[in-house]
Design a protein around this ligand. Structure first.
Ligand code: ADP
Ligand code: MG
Length: 350
């Protein structure tokens, strides 16, 4: 991560003026999509998705609430801020096409700091060929505030809501879960150590995978493309921002169905598992309640089983039941527990 500290000069934002700052931050913006008719530079951007539907999602990130600059480098923050927005479009089975970025920064931030933020954002935009088409720039009294709006496109018939899961459907998830949460635990621990003894070196060796899961998540556009290639349209889909349990309950509530999940099927990376143990945490609880993995959770009809079964990055973790059957997880030892937004209710066995 040493490349993150390349900007060592300090230019005060007050030296730049608002327009100078906007021009400077957006000078490297490239446009990739023909749907962007006009990007930065006028009173409004102009976008046309032709005969497709437009998907819109927006996110607000506030320093001290959503991110901690003590351990999150600004380049990573920019990258993640864009990716989590793209992930929301993926969760609708759409393709992200444009973003707008609004920032408010206090005088604590230099021009070089905002350059790092934008470098991360443009890296994320470049990965999935999304256009940065506008935004707004302001000062703030304290801290950094970032608001991002993403636009995407999809054919109406391809759009997947949280509400379409049907009894008998298979519940699938991409990638592995709990890693971003364990990465956060590592960073929080090292921050606490640093605050006590500032000259001690952080103990983060061997933890690259979970640190990346926390600091550099990827929107699973590759899964959206894979589903398209397999001719699978999920019946319901959501991205995992708050944790598997919470997202399953959203699908259950909006689809008016029940959920049966199998603990042994939940994909957990060995490093996530071992680190959870090191912290005296239950790895399954980390996967259920941890959040920020930005994997896709989706349901498919049983008839699509043959299409999905060999896919290396997809796990089938359970199935949809009747609403009256409630939301339950079957533990490795065969006990059945109710799923709650916090994970599972270990005290109330069914
Ligand atoms: P207005 O006065 O209409 O709000 P601005 O002077 O704020 O216009 O913005 C000029 C142009 O720069 C607009 O196209 C706007 O979308 C874009 N822009 C402003 N701030 C940012 C930013 N932080 N990132 C990207 N584009 C921005
Ligand atoms: Mg403005």
């Amino acid at each position: 991560m040493s490349d993150l500290f390349e900007n060592t000069e300090r230019t005060e934002l007050s030296q730049m003026g608002e327009f100078g700052l906007i021009d400077h931050l957006t000078q490297n913006v490239k446009l990739y999509n023909s749907s962007t008719l006009k990007g930065i530079g006028d009173d409004a951007a102009v976008v046309s998705h032709g005969d497709k539907k437009t998907l819109i999602s927006t996110d607000l990130l506030i320093e001290g609430i959503h991110f901690d600059l003590m351990y999150v480098p600004l380049k990573h923050l920019g990258y993640k801020a864009i990716m989590v927005n793209l992930s929301d479009i993926c969760a609708m089975n759409g393709s992200p096409t444009q973003v707008t970025v609004s920032i408010a920064a206090s005088s604590r931030f230099s021009l070089e700091a905002l350059e790092d933020l934008y470098a991360g954002m443009l890296l994320a935009c470049d990965k999935w060929k999304v256009d940065l088409i506008g935004g707004d720039t302001s000062s703030s009294q304290k801290g950094l505030i970032i608001s991002i709006t993403v636009l995407g496109e999809a054919n109406e018939k391809d759009i997947v809501y949280r509400s379409g899961a049907k009894k008998g459907d298979l519940i699938c998830v991409s990638g592995d879960l709990g890693g971003a949460y364990m990465g956060l635990q590592m960073l929080e621990r090292e921050k606490a150590v640093f605050l006590q003894t500032p000259n001690i070196q952080p103990q983060l060796e061997g933890k690259d995978y979970i640190l990346e899961r926390q600091l550099k998540p990827d929107a699973r556009m590759d899964i959206v493309e894979m589903l398209k290639a397999l001719s699978i349209t999920p019946t319901a889909m959501i991205d995992i921002s708050d944790g598997l349990a919470s997202e399953l309950l959203h699908i259950s509530k909006q689809s008016k169905v029940g959920v049966k999940l199998y603990e042994e099927k939940i994909p957990i990376d060995p490093l996530t598992y071992d680190t959870a143990r090191e912290f005296n945490l239950d790895p399954t609880v980390c996967a259920l309640s941890g959040g920020e993995d930005y994997e896709l959770l989706f349901t498919i009809p049983q008839s699509d089983y043959d299409k999905i079964k060999g896919q290396p990055d997809i796990s089938i973790i359970g199935h949809i039941t009747d609403e009256s059957e409630g939301n339950y997880i079957v533990s490795k030892s065969g006990n059945v527990y109710e799923i709650t937004a916090q994970g599972w209710n270990a005290f109330k066995q069914a």
